[in-house]
Ligand binder design. Structure first.
Ligand SMILES: Cc1cc2nc3c(=O)[nH]c(=O)nc-3n(C[C@H](O)[C@H](O)[C@H](O)COP(=O)(O)OP(=O)(O)OC[C@H]3O[C@@H](n4cnc5c(N)ncnc54)[C@H](O)[C@@H]3O)c2cc1C
Length: 463
């Protein structure tokens, strides 16, 4: 057995690498096991970062083709160089993953390269060597969920990983699942010239999101050229050298139909990835959805074994995983780490962006909480007009009795950036009036947030 560590973390995604850095900052001796060739997990390698690189590049392409002329900027002969776009994406990913390697060196974190298996509490096998630590943290993340009858080959039928590396623009991409990943990657390929059809089991897109926002978002995506087949159940997919034939039927019943595609993207959600960890043998308990069961301090049922990130319950988001990494490291160092699950923003990086935070109208109604709504459209915001980006609105929900902010929902330009102000406000327990009384620079998109806060009290100034 090698020299013992205070903590061994299995997985170097946002949960694991952030936990490692924070634990090292607090003076613990830290090792992080990662079996990929590069650090950063799903997020940096095949998730958040490469998808945002392609979203940015495809947005530049579409903007140059369709929007610049309106600004009086005439660009002739715009062409797509997909190979360069993909190469740039790879450079962005490499810079990020190398950045984590630098941080590991800086904080003297040992990277144990290989697959980790827990052989007993406090003991992790990596490539035949058993390493010991007082604490073991499982941060092994998630993988794309399967769908019966649809076999991913990463050629014709792809997961998000395959959809990020296509070397030509398909004629017709069918996306199964109208969630965040499907809509983001569908947008990338639509902008690059592909016909995109989204097939969804439910009768709405982005389940869980505020209904009004989701409906508005769907209208925008439809206007951009995406086609939606809602309430449709995919029952099978047959791939050939030339394409894929999908079999589907209406959820409410009715005749089966076929849909042809060049490429099918299966994006019906993600599930925890726990393969090879040896959890059965040591008796780590899972919940009904196959996630590691933890208490509110990320402890599993086995003393000394903790779990964080996509491997446990909660939204599968990188910033949620990171915050859990910090909170757990602080607890392991004897401090009081904590994550406020009521204030975790969710962002869809399409154009326009969509950002949501806290309660929705539906969840407040279900909980019987009386609320007021304040809304402000970007059509009435000077900066949005100057940008030529007026689609969308800010919607705030505040407790009717106390005016405390309970939810914030934005569809519009830079919604993901704008939501940060509201996250800060909600973290401090702010009322809508608190936000409304803060001086916001003019002309900025953030004025729409202030106006929505004013609208909660029935007194917006610019509408
Ligand atoms: C296409 C796509 C786009 C996304 N976009 C966003 C976004 O914009 N914003 C956002 O917040 N979230 C986004 N996500 C979700 C985000 O990537 C995840 O929530 C996040 O990566 C979870 O972090 P994690 O550390 O829990 O797990 P992961 O990032 O999955 O990392 C787990 C790591 O553990 C390693 N591992 C697993 N088992 C072992 C083992 N036994 N031994 C050694 N190593 C092991 C894996 O190789 C992996 O590197 C996106 C996901 C996808 C797929």
């Amino acid at each position: 057995m090698s020299e013992p560590f205070d903590v061994i973390i299995i997985g170097a995604g946002p949960a694991g690498y952030v936990c490692a850095i924070r634990a090292a900052q607090l003076g613990l001796r830290v090792a992080c096991v990662e079996k990929r060739e590069t650090l950063g997990g799903t997020c940096l390698n095949v998730g958040c970062i490469p998808s945002k690189a392609l979203l940015q590049s495809s947005e530049e392409y579409e903007h140059t083709r369709l929007a610049l002329a309106d600004h009086g900027v005439i660009v002739d002969g715009v062409r797509l160089d997909l190979a360069r776009m993909q190469a740039r994406k790879a450079e962005v990913v490499e810079a990020n993953t190398k950045g984590i390697e630098f941080l590991f060196r800086k904080h003297k974190i040992t990277w144990l390269k290989g697959a980790g298996r827990i052989v007993a509490p406090g003991q992790v096998d990596v490539g035949g060597t058993v390493h010991a630590a007082r604490h073991v943290v499982i941060a092994t993340g998630s993988e794309s969920s399967p769908l019966a009858g649809v076999t991913v080959d990463e050629q014709r039928i792809v997961s998000s990983t395959g959809a990020l590396t296509l070397d030509r623009v398909p004629d017709h991409l069918v996306v199964i699942g109208a969630g965040v990943i499907g809509l983001e990657l569908g947008s990338v390929w639509r902008r690059l010239g592909c016909k995109v059809t989204v097939v969804e089991y439910l009768d709405r897109i982005v389940p869980g999101m505020d209904n009004e926002l989701a409906r508005h978002f769907q209208r925008i995506l439809t206007k951009q050229g995406m086609t939606f087949r809602l309430g449709c159940k995919v029952t099978g997919a047959t791939a050939s050298d030339t394409g894929v034939t999908l079999a589907m039927e209406p959820v409410k019943g009715g005749p089966e139909e076929e849909l042809s595609a060049d490429i099918v993207l299966l994006s019906v959600g993600r599930r925890p990835y726990l393969d090879g960890l040896g959890l059965d043998a040591i008796g780590v308990a899972l919940d009904e959805r196959g996630r590691i069961r933890t208490d509110s301090h990320y402890a599993t049922n086995i003393p000394g074994i903790h779990a964080i990130g996509d491997a446990i319950a909660g939204p599968m988001l990188a910033h949620k995983a990171e915050d859990e990494g910090v909170a757990l490291a602080e607890r392991l160092a004897g401090k009081a780490g904590h994550v406020n699950y009521g204030v975790i923003p969710g962002v869809i990086y399409t154009w326009p962006e969509v950002a949501t935070l806290g309660e929705t109208e539906e969840s407040l109604k279900a909980a019987g909480i009386a609320y007021d709504v304040g809304k402000f459209p970007f059509t009435a915001n000077g900066r949005a007009r100057a940008m030529g980006a007026v689609d969308g609105f800010v919607k705030l929900l505040a407790d009717r009795a106390t005016d405390r902010l309970l939810g914030a929902h934005i569809v519009g330009p830079d919604a993901g950036g704008l939501i940060a102000e509201l996250a800060t406000a909600m973290e401090f327990g702010a009322s809508a009036e608190d936000v409304a009384r803060v001086c916001h620079a003019h002309p900025t998109l953030s004025e729409a947030v202030r106006e929505a806060a004013l609208a909660v009290g029935g007194r917006p100034l610019h509408i």
